[in-house]
Structure formats: structure tokens, C-alpha cells
Design a protein around this ligand. Sequence first.
Ligand code: UDP
Ligand code: MG
Length: 337
Amino acid sequence: MGRAVFLSVVVPMYNEEEVIETTYRRMTQALENLGETYELVFVNDGSRDRTANIVRDLGKSDDRVKLVDFSRNFGHQIAVTAGMDYASGRVVVLIDADLQDPPELIPDMVALWRQGYDVVYGKRTVRKGESWFKKTTASLFYRTLHAMTSVSIPLDTGDFRLMDRKVCDAIGSMRERSRFIRGMVSWAGFRQTALEYVREERFAGETKYPLRKMIRLSLDAITSFSTKPLKFAGILGFVMSAAGFVYLIVVLCQRIFTDTTIQGWTSTIVISLLFHGITLSLLGVLGEYIGRTYEEAKRRPLYLVADTFNLERGEEESDSGRERRREEEPVGRGMRD
Ligand code: UDP
Ligand code: MG
């Protein structure tokens, strides 16, 4: 299959009807200045509003607009993955639909790519219009993750980035369900560099990332890139049982050498609550890992596509078909030309 375009922009969308036309216009303007062929791969992640229809309408007059329409909401990271699967460009850019990441930076990213970098990731210096809570939790999250993982995932970077075809293929060949794409890109290696930018306010609509989804993403990130919580569980268990053993000796000595035995109610309750609390939370940690192992073991397709628009492949080809082809040719498409 010949490479169709130079640049693919992947845009995941979940209920973005308020922003998508403006986004299209600003992206088109920024990309036209670049003077290269491009496509906009919009992925509709099961929106309940008019998002998909708007993209279809745009695609009728502009065949650079492509749509992958999911059968339901599969989540942001999976939507990005699908967009990367369908993207055909020599370079692939991931960007949010809400213009928080300025598309005007894409030419700068391309310039760095031309200098020989395979990944150019956006690094946020300032985050505008986001709540104190979001900024604090995000900052805490990046630093915890940094402390926990051996893969060095750059601080304060989101998914806004440019990737060379070979990096995109490498990430596409990893079919795990718990996806934390920025971590996977770090893991992949290659020559990477940062491009600093100011993260703008979402210009319309509200965040599609409620606390629940943020917690899920953080847990996916930590469990995918670190087994430290498991090791911590083991260490804590060991320390607590050592402490318990010391206290056992103290209690036995009291029993044998003094006559203050009956007064142990408070300490009994405290120890019992403490140990049960610790045991249950450690079981929770185990559960997080076991649950994910189970999900991976099922090997279901990452997403189901209900329909595509302006994309010739994909219509007759299901995601599982794509996966099968990948297993036959593990080197990926980019290596052939
Ligand atoms: N998004 C998605 N599926 C979801 C949630 C979000 O495709 O389940 C998209 C959303 O439309 C946007 C991007 O992911 O293009 C980032 O989401 P959002 O801007 O709401 O997150 P925030 O910037 O508040 O962290
Ligand atoms: Mg946003």
C-alpha cells in the first residue's frame, strides 16, 4: 500500500459537537501553512451528540477529513490508538479536539522532526483555565509516576505529540488494553525531544475527563509501568509482621512477669483494625494487577468500529483482521519503504 499523505493528525472526540467545526478550521489553517499533504483522522469515541454527523458533513466537502466511528465509548487512549491504526502519514500527530493544544505548533514539531527527532512531545509550561484541583492532582500524579517507574516518562506532557511512522508502528504493535500512550512512547525509545508550550483553556464545552476517568488512567499508567506497589505490599507485610512479632514478645512478657494482662482491649482492637486495614488494601493492590492480567488474557479487540468515512480500508476489514495482519508482519508497514 502506498503512503498516501505526509502528515496524519489524529483527533479523538467524545461529545465535542461544540468545538469540532472551529477545531477543523484552525487545524486546516495551520496545516495549509505547512504546505505538505495531510489528513485529519477523527475518531468518534461513541459520542451521544452530533459529533460524528458534523465530521461526516465536513468530510463531504474535504476528503482529507476521515472518520473512524466507534460502536460505543471505549475511552480516550483507545480512540487515539484506533486513529494511529488508520493513520497513513509519514508522521503522525496526536492532538485533543478542544484546541487546548494549539495546532499552530504542528509546523514547529515537523521542523524538529526534520532535524532528526522521531518523537516531539509537547511539554506544558503553563496550564490555563484548569481548576486548582486538576492541576494539583495532575502534578502529583506525574511525580508519583516518575518515582515509581523505571521508564522515564517526561513530566507535564500529555498526548499532544508528533511521532515518526516507525514509532507509530511500534506503539500500534503493542496491543495491551491498559494503555497509557505517553508511557508507551517513552518505553519505545528512539530520539525524542520536548517542545514547550502553553496549554490553553478548553474553548467550549467541558472536560470529558471526570475524576473517575483520571483515576483509571493513573492506575493504568502505574500498573502498566511499575510493579513497585506489589513490592511495597511485600515489604509492608514483612515490616508489619516483624513489628507484630516484637509486640507478641512484649505481651508474653507482661503475661508471665506482671499481672496486668486483662487491660489489653484497646491494643487488641487497634492491632486488629490496623492489620485488617493493611491486609485489605494490599489485597486491593493485588486485585488491580490480577484484574488487568485477566483483561489482557481475554485478548479481545481493543475497539469495535461501527463505520468509517473517507477511509477506503477498514470498511471490510475488522480490527481483529488488522491484528492478524500485524502478527504476520511484525516489522510493521514503515520498514518496507
Ligand atoms: N475523549 C475521548 N474519549 C473519552 C474522553 C475524552 O475521545 O472517553 C477525548 C476528548 O474529546 C478530547 C480528548 O479526549 O478530544 C481530551 O479530553 P478532555 O479535553 O475532555 O480532557 P482534559 O483536557 O480536560 O484533560
Ligand atoms: Mg481538554
